[in-house]
Design a protein around this ligand. Sequence first.
Ligand code: SF4
Length: 189
Amino acid sequence: EDMCRITPDMIDNLANKSFPPCMRHLNDTLRTTHHLKYNGRLVYGLFLKAAGLNLEDALFFWRSHFLQNMDVDTFDKRYSYGIRYNYGKEGKKTDFSPYGCLKIIMSNVAPGDSHGCPFKHTDAIILRQRLAAYKVSNQTIEEIMELVNKRHYQIACQRYWEAIHGVPIDAGINHPNQFFEESHKFLNG
Ligand code: SF4
């Protein structure tokens, strides 16, 4: 299933070019605050794992961000367990699957949380600003907001995919990793 391997140095670039808005936002939050809350770490961690980031690189990636706020001991004590857990190396040793769109759309998102589906959970004004910052055209933003109003979140996400790649896509979007894989296929042939 691993169609590619990704490494920490590739992540920021991939987030902008190939990650869905939910994961792009988690990456931006991590980059600007050097922290994510529990659910954000879980959802983004499992996405990155399925995208091809191995455990060693995941520990490096999270550590490099979190160490801007804390020392190594605190990181190791509080956070490395959760990362190893995502990879089935702790606790029940389950090989956890990444969350699909429905699970993300249905999840509880409190103020200050960064996980969730932006089309469902993000305030309309902020969502517009974010899409504009992602260089989505005004016309497409209007189209997306109309879909959002009708609660067609995954179709809105499909429009976003088409906007950043400049081509239509046949498949609907049902999983953040599928969004990424379609992008990878398109960009790398
Ligand atoms: Fe992420 Fe799915 Fe929402 Fe797109 S529709 S932003 S992939 S949860």
